[in-house]
Design a protein around this ligand. Structure first.
Ligand code: SF4
Ligand code: SF4
Ligand code: FES
Length: 258
C-alpha cells in the first residue's frame, strides 16, 4: 500500500464567521475525502464538525464543496486529485453554516412540505394500481434521489440569491412536482389541485432557465433537467396556451358561483 501527504484547506467556523485552515494529512490507497476528514478529526482537529452517516453514497448527509464543486465527501476518491494539489473543503454555499462543514439544510424540508402529496385515485384499492412500465421507470428514476441537496446547492437561482428562496423550490422539489404531475394515477386535478399552476405560481418554475447545473452534480445521475424540469415546463406551457384548456377555464370561471 502506498501513502503520501496531501495538502488540505478546510473551512472552520460557525454562524459568526470563519476561514480556511491548512493541514497536511496522510492519504492511503483507495481513500475518499471523508476518510481524510476523519483522519483530521483523529489526529489534528478533534472538534472538526462534519455530517455523515452511511459512507456509501446512500444517506445524502455528507454533502459539501470540494474545490468549489458540490460533492459527496464519501464518494469523492482522493485518486481524482493530483498528489500535489491543494484540496479545499468548504460547507454547502447555499445554506447557512452551523459549524465547520455542517450546514442547516432546513430550507429543503420547508420546500418538501410545500409540495402536496400523491392524491390516490378514487375507487382503486391498494394492490389494484396499474401503470405502464414506461411510467414506472420514470418515477423510479426520480425516486433514486438520496436528498443530498447538491442540486439545490448548485442552482444559481438560490446559490447567491437568498432573496429567491421564498419563491423558488429548487430542482429537487420541482422534480417532485413533475413526478406527481406525470404520475398516471395521481388524482390531484379531480380533487381541484392544479400541479402545473402550482409549479409556476408557488414553486417558481419560471426561475429555472434549464442550465442543467443541477443534473451535473447529482450523484445518482438523475437527469433532473431533461426528464423532470423541461417536461414540466412544457406541460405548464401547454396548459397555459392550449385554447381548449383556456376555454375550459373561462367557462369554469363564468359558471362558478359568485
Ligand atoms: S436547470 Fe434549472 S433548476 Fe437546474 S440548476 Fe439550472 S436553473 Fe437551477
Ligand atoms: S436530485 Fe440528485 S442532487 Fe438533487 S437531492 Fe436528489 S440525489 Fe441529490
Ligand atoms: S455518508 Fe452517506 S452519502 Fe456520504
Amino acid at each position: 500500500m502506498s501513502s503520501y501527504e496531501a495538502r488540505f484547506r478546510v473551512w472552520r467556523g460557525d454562524v459568526r464567521g470563519g476561514g480556511l485552515e491548512d493541514f497536511r494529512v496522510e492519504v492511503n490507497d483507495g481513500e475518499v475525502v471523508l476518510d481524510i476528514v476523519h483522519r483530521l478529526q483523529a489526529t489534528q482537529a478533534p472538534d472538526l464538525a462534519v455530517r455523515w452517516n452511511c459512507k456509501a453514497g446512500k444517506c445524502g448527509s455528507c454533502s459539501a464543496e470540494i474545490n468549489g464543486r458540490p460533492r459527496l465527501l464519501c464518494m469523492t476518491r482522493m485518486s481524482v486529485f493530483d498528489r500535489d494539489e491543494v484540496i479545499t473543503v468548504t460547507p454547502l454555499r447555499a445554506f447557512p453554516v452551523v459549524r465547520d462543514l455542517v450546514t442547516d439544510v432546513g430550507f429543503n424540508y420547508t420546500k418538501a412540505r410545500e409540495v402536496p402529496a400523491f392524491v390516490p385515485p378514487e375507487g382503486v384499492g391498494p394492490g389494484e394500481y396499474r401503470m405502464t412500465q414506461e411510467d414506472v421507470e420514470r418515477s423510479q428514476e426520480f425516486r433514486k434521489c438520496i436528498e443530498c441537496f447538491l442540486c439545490q446547492d448548485t442552482c444559481h437561482v438560490v446559490r447567491d440569491h437568498e432573496e429567491n428562496k421564498r419563491a423558488f423550490a429548487g430542482p429537487r422539489f420541482l422534480m417532485r412536482v413533475a413526478e406527481l404531475d406525470m404520475h398516471p394515477l395521481d388524482a390531484a386535478e379531480e380533487s381541484g389541485l392544479d400541479r402545473k399552476r402550482a409549479a409556476q405560481d408557488e414553486h417558481g418554475l419560471g426561475y429555472c432557465n434549464i442550465t442543467k447545473c443541477c443534473t451535473e452534480v447529482c450523484p445518482e445521475g438523475i437527469r433532473i433537467t431533461d426528464n423532470a424540469l423541461i417536461p414540466l415546463k412544457e406541460r405548464a406551457a401547454d396548459r397555459k396556451y392550449d385554447p381548449l384548456v383556456w376555454l375550459g377555464n373561462r367557462i369554469r370561471r363564468r359558471s362558478a358561483p359568485s
